[in-house]
Design a protein around this ligand. Structure first.
Ligand SMILES: Nc1ncnc2c1ncn2[C@@H]1O[C@H](COP(=O)(O)OP(=O)(O)OP(=O)(O)O)[C@@H](O)[C@H]1O
Ligand SMILES: [Mg+2]
Length: 508
């Protein structure tokens, strides 16, 4: 076990730990395959955690089901929620000057924009040669301002491409522009904005669950382009970028997005990118010779339980024996075969369901529901505590000294007596010697690390009046060593009670 080896479960035969480093493979690209519920997303999340703790790699997730955010939040990552109604935007026109290998960053970018236009135009045979030429001619015009002065405000958006196309004389240009219109001015304009989210967190998750069917594929394609942006930037920082794309079959089903994914699978390795495709659909992976390339370019395959039809296909494709196949036949969650280069290992990975981490990774509806309820409860409690602090601040800030009261009294303890005792008999007034320290009812918010709300607070003997600033109580040895006055000091402000140290309480 060396350097950046990660844990992938126990060897089902020997019970030894399986620790491997994908970076050592000729081709670190990976696939996670299995029937619904077999544990594909779960194992991706497991790997993401290990990557986070063991390596320095960046992680980007394309999450069409909106299920990675609890884990990403727990790891301090950034979740970008892309939806028609959301205000998180990513700009498909984003580029950086290192985007391509040669001097012209537009080289790869135009591939992407062509795929994007093809997907938008939805033509069966892709876009025609003339249309490609028109787009290719427009792109340098669209990016000219940015290349002259590469500041974020000069980054073009889809609307700039649209305007440039409109300015061309050919009918082809008008045709593409018309197809783009709905994405620029119409109801699908979510991608016609400059990027307004931080993309430089170590873990970025693009949650595109709410994009709807029409926009989802487009969203996945645009996310993939953002990943490429990051990969090109990271290459210069000598950093690897792990890219997880769940529900990968959604991309493979459409010709244009499939072709772009194949490109990624070919290109990533040399640039320090490590993609992982997660899918339940083996047939989509073998739909064409071109897509099969993805299979051939993945030396890491985490194979979970398989449906019988797929098993036969896989046996042929990967040349595995019937005995080996038994490990992916009716296997339990987190059990299967690991392909690491030429090595095949049967594994089992049973994650402890009592761990908090499990709650962040599960997709079982009842467990997700339970986690949500707990989160809601915690949120409500936090909101209540915050309100208590705000109310306390409001009261303190609104307080003004009355006639004859010292100006700096505000600095001293100012407490509202929660339950006023009835006007007391004389016997109730105690001498200093008899004095009890009153029990202090602090707002809930202060009851965490500090003294419990009902705890009796021991007097600290000092003349310095105590300044109560919410949040600073941890370090403050605080005290109350005078009884609350039985009667409000100020008849007009009956809620006003304050506490000052009595002279006889002060130690010299
Ligand atoms: N290694 C594991 N240890 C313990 N439980 C697991 C493990 N893997 C999966 N599970 C359980 O199985 C459930 C389903 O797993 P997961 O969400 O990964 O399925 P999936 O294969 O991605 O399904 P789908 O194709 O529907 O997305 C998890 O919520 C978890 O409860
Ligand atoms: Mg899943």
């Amino acid at each position: 076990m060396e350097g950046e080896s990660l844990y992938y479960g126990l060897n089902a035969l020997s019970n030894n730990m399986i620790m491997v480093d994908r970076k050592k493979l000729k081709n670190p690209n990976g696939l996670i395959l299995g029937t619904p519920g077999s544990g594909k997303s779960f194992s991706a999340k497991r790997e993401i955690c290990n990557v986070f703790f063991v390596t320095k790699d960046d992680v980007i997730i394309c999450d069409p089901e909106g299920e990675y955010y609890p884990l990403v939040h727990a790891l301090g990552g950034q979740v970008i929620h892309i939806a028609p109604t959301s205000h998180d935007y990513i700009n498909p026109m984003d580029i950086n000057l290192d985007y391509s290998d040669d001097d012209n960053p537009l080289g790869f970018k135009s591939d992407f924009i062509l795929s994007l236009c093809e997907l938008i135009m939805g033509s069966r045979n892709g876009i025609e040669a003339e249309e490609k030429s028109v787009i290719d001619r427009c792109l340098p015009i669209v990016y000219q301002k940015y290349f002259e002065n590469p500041i974020p405000e000069n980054m073009p958006v889809l609307g700039d491409l649209y305007a440039t196309l409109r300015a061309q004389s050919e009918v082809q240009a008008q045709r593409i522009a018309t197809a783009l219109e709905i994405y620029v001015n119409g109801s699908l304009k979510v991608f016609n904005h400059r990027t307004n989210v931080e993309l430089d967190n170590r873990i970025v998750c693009f949650d595109i669950k709410d994009l709807g069917k029409q926009l989802k594929k487009l969203g996945m394609l645009i996310v993939q382009d953002q990943v490429w942006n990051r990969v090109t930037l990271n290459r210069f920082a000598h950093k690897s970028t792990r890219y997880y794309v769940d529900e990968f079959h959604l991309l493979l089903k459409e010709e244009q997005t499939a072709a772009y994914s194949v490109e990624i699978w070919k290109r990533f390795r040399k640039w320090g990118g490590i993609p992982t495709g997660i899918t339940q659909n083996i047939k989509d992976l073998l739909a064409s010779r071109e897509i099969e390339n993805i299979f051939e370019n993945s030396d890491f395959i985490y194979m979970l339980n398989q449906a019988s039809g797929d098993r036969q296909i896989l046996a042929k494709q990967l040349n595995i024996s019937p005995y080996q196949l038994s490990y992916v036949t009716n296997s339990g969650e987190g059990e299967g075969l690991l392909f690491y280069g030429n090595i095949i290992i049967p594994f089992k990975d049973r994650f402890d369901k009592n761990l908090k981490l499990y709650a962040y990774m599960t997709t079982k509806p009842e467990e997700v529901q339970k986690r949500k309820e707990e989160e809601e409860k915690a949120e409500a409690k936090a909101a209540q505590e915050e309100e208590a602090i705000r109310a306390f601040r409001r009261r303190t800030e609104a307080w003004q000294p009355a006639d004859g009261e010292p100006e700096d009294l505000k600095q001293e303890v100012f407490l509202e007596k929660k339950e006023r005792r009835p006007a007391s008999a004389e016997s109730d007034v105690k001498t200093a010697a008899e004095k009890e320290v009153p029990s202090l009812k602090l707002p809930e918010a202060f009851g965490t690390k500090q003294a419990a709300p009902t705890e009796t607070v021991q007097p600290r003997r000092s003349k310095k009046p105590f300044v109560w600033t919410p949040g600073e109580l941890e370090d403050e040895e605080y005290w109350l060593d005078a009884d609350l006055p039985e009667e409000p000091l100020d008849e007009e402000n009956p809620d006003r009670h304050y506490i000052l140290p009595d002279d006889d309480d002060v130690e010299n």
